[in-house]
Write a protein that binds this ligand. Structure first.
Ligand code: PGA
Length: 238
């Protein structure tokens, strides 16, 4: 099974609008002839529309960093899937560990947001991953399995081959600690195995590694059998 590699840049709450446009332009120029990768940029909400204009007629795709589970209504400060779609997004991150940590994202809300993303014709990038404490106490697989099973509970038949899952061990995000290629492959293989028991598309779904990816550690990680790309935070800004 060949799965096209995905490189997704998660800008988080970084860049001024001007810096964001410069970054998008430079990525666009440098990847003009690249056809063997799917490139996705996830800038802050306020940059989405201008960045989408800057990426017009390029193959680079745009993603939101989260969305609200409702389509519209009295949810001050939130953004719906339809709104993301209207400003040019094709993707949306769901369940990023920073949303889980700072915005009370749970496996249940991941599930609701997954449904909302599909309704808005967005491709969900669902993030899972264990904390350092969970890894050290040998709970990595249990945590991953629970995140996947609860996240997709009752909506297994809505899992599509195009949906993307990112394995991001929380202890590796923004810390400079990166999973070894073996640790990453082991978790990815487990995720794919678990997916096999919930969807017929387990072999088609692309699994991304995320957590302190840098140019010098990525080449080994991407060679692993079950790793189909990267979700890159800090290093995607340069
Ligand atoms: P990092 O972030 O590459 O800065 O560790 C990854 C992410 O949070 O998506």
């Amino acid at each position: 099974m060949t799965r096209k590699i995905v490189i997704a840049g998660n800008w988080k709450m970084n860049t001024t609008l001007e810096e964001g446009l410069q970054l998008a332009t430079s990525i666009r120029n440098k990847t003009e002839k690249t056809t063997d990768l799917d490139i996705i940029l996830c800038p802050p909400f306020t940059h989405l529309h201008p960045v989408s204009q800057c990426l017009e007629n390029s193959a680079i795709q745009l993603g939101g960093q989260t969305l609200h589970m409702q389509e519209k209504g009295a949810y001050t400060g939130d953004i719906s899937g339809t709104m993301l779609r209207q400003v040019g997004c094709a993707h949306v991150l769901i369940g990023h560990s920073e949303q889980r940590q700072y915005h009370q994202e749970t496996n249940h809300s991941v599930r609701e947001k997954y449904i909302a993303a599909l309704k808005a014709s967005l491709i969900p990038i669902v993030c899972v991953g264990e904390s350092q404490e969970e890894r050290e106490s040998g709970q990595t697989f249990t945590v991953l399995e629970t995140q996947l099973r609860e996240g997709f509970q009752g909506i297994e038949n809505q899992i599509q081959a195009s949906c993307i899952i990112a394995y991001e061990p929380v202890w590796a995000i923004g810390t400079g600690l990166v999973a070894t290629p073996q640790q990453a492959q082991e978790a990815h293989a487990f995720i794919r195995q678990t997916l096999k028991s919930i969807t017929p598309y387990a072999n088609e779904i692309r699994l991304l590694y995320g957590g302190s990816i840098k140019p010098d550690n990525f080449s080994q990680i991407i060679q692993q059998e079950d790793i189909d790309g990267g979700l890159i935070g800090g290093a995607s800004l340069t």
